[in-house]
Design a protein around this ligand. Structure first.
Ligand SMILES: NC(=O)c1ccc[n+]([C@@H]2O[C@H](COP(=O)([O-])OP(=O)(O)OC[C@H]3O[C@@H](n4cnc5c(N)ncnc54)[C@H](OP(=O)(O)O)[C@@H]3O)[C@@H](O)[C@H]2O)c1
Length: 255
């Protein structure tokens, strides 16, 4: 896959994985639309990309606002042309013990991580189907597979998003639009920076970005990494509940 003639929309591009993807895609020749809420942070990324000779556009918008995301996609098309690839990456963490669950906080995580992804997909999918080509990529998580301690909102949001993308893949079969679900383990970004709990196989951002792009280029339907943690998580899916609970209670990734 050559990125040089591609127009790519990356959500959550003001920091972490989204920023890393935007910078690397532009370095490989793609014209990149960078969407997130913080306009100043996006302008910094655009400046970094342009300084390296790349093409990028800051698209300040909140993914929970369907109209704003749709308008941002229109601006990107007008500036650079039809959108070839969407990275639905914007997301927030969320941790609370069952006894401390707050409905508003829970809804906030679902709004960004699930509805935000749906808003991003609907902003580009019509045009991709019309053109008979395109690729939708979502950054889900290994925590999509089963519930984890103090992670009810995050795990359910990622499970929902993986199931949503799986349905997209089935519906879009034969349309020319490919669907890729990425399930990463722990990556060094602002999202994980404050965590005191041990994060096994914590990956460098540059390494993770390269892995995500390789899976995207191969048009993989689903890609889980690093393989060590992905294997453990997959084993967890077929474990009897008593065994899963025993292991999970002793291995909380949240303090
Ligand atoms: N880091 C990990 O270990 C890890 C592992 C598995 C999956 N993931 C997933 O990877 C994605 C990126 O995470 P990250 O680690 O790169 O986190 P991050 O550094 O905190 O970046 C999150 C990005 O999402 C944007 N965002 C948040 N709320 C938004 C909203 N309402 N509208 C638009 N943009 C919004 C943020 O920008 P603004 O604040 O400027 O809006 C920021 O650019 C998330 O979906 C996360 O769940 C991360």
């Amino acid at each position: 896959m050559h990125w040089s003639n591609k127009v790519v929309l990356v959500t959550g591009a003001s920091s972490g994985i989204g920023r890393g993807l935007g910078v690397e895609l532009a370095r490989r020749g793609a014209a990149v639309g960078l969407l997130a809420r913080r306009a100043d942070a996006l302008r910094e990324v655009v400046a970094e990309i342009e300084a390296g000779g790349g093409r990028a556009l800051a698209l300040p918008a909140d993914v929970t606002d369907a109209h704003a995301v749709s308008q941002a996609a229109d601006v990107l098309r007008t500036e650079f042309g039809p959108i070839d690839v969407l990275f639905a990456n914007a997301g927030v963490g969320g941790s609370a013990h069952a006894a401390k669950l707050e409905p508003a906080e829970f809804a906030g995580v679902i709004d960004v991580n699930v509805k935000g992804v749906v808003n991003s997909v609907t902003a580009v999918i019509g045009d991709m189907i019309k053109r008979g080509q395109g690729q939708l990529v979502v950054i889900s998580s290994l925590s999509a597979y089963r519930g984890l301690p103090k992670s009810a909102a995050y795990c359910s949001s990622k499970a929902a998003v993986s199931a949503f993308f799986e349905s997209m893949r089935l519906d879009l079969h034969g349309s020319g639009v490919d669907v890729t679900i990425i399930h990463p383990g722990f990556i060094k970004t602002p999202l994980t920076a404050g965590r005191k709990a041990r994060l096994p196989w914590l990956m460098e951002l540059e390494y993770a970005v390269k892995k995500i792009l390789k899976a995207t280029e191969a048009r993989k339907k689903s890609y889980a990494f690093p393989w060590q943690l992905a294997t453990i998580v997959r084993a967890g899916m077929i474990m009897p509940i008593f065994m899963y609970d025993w292991i999970s209670r002793r291995n909380s990734f949240r303090e």
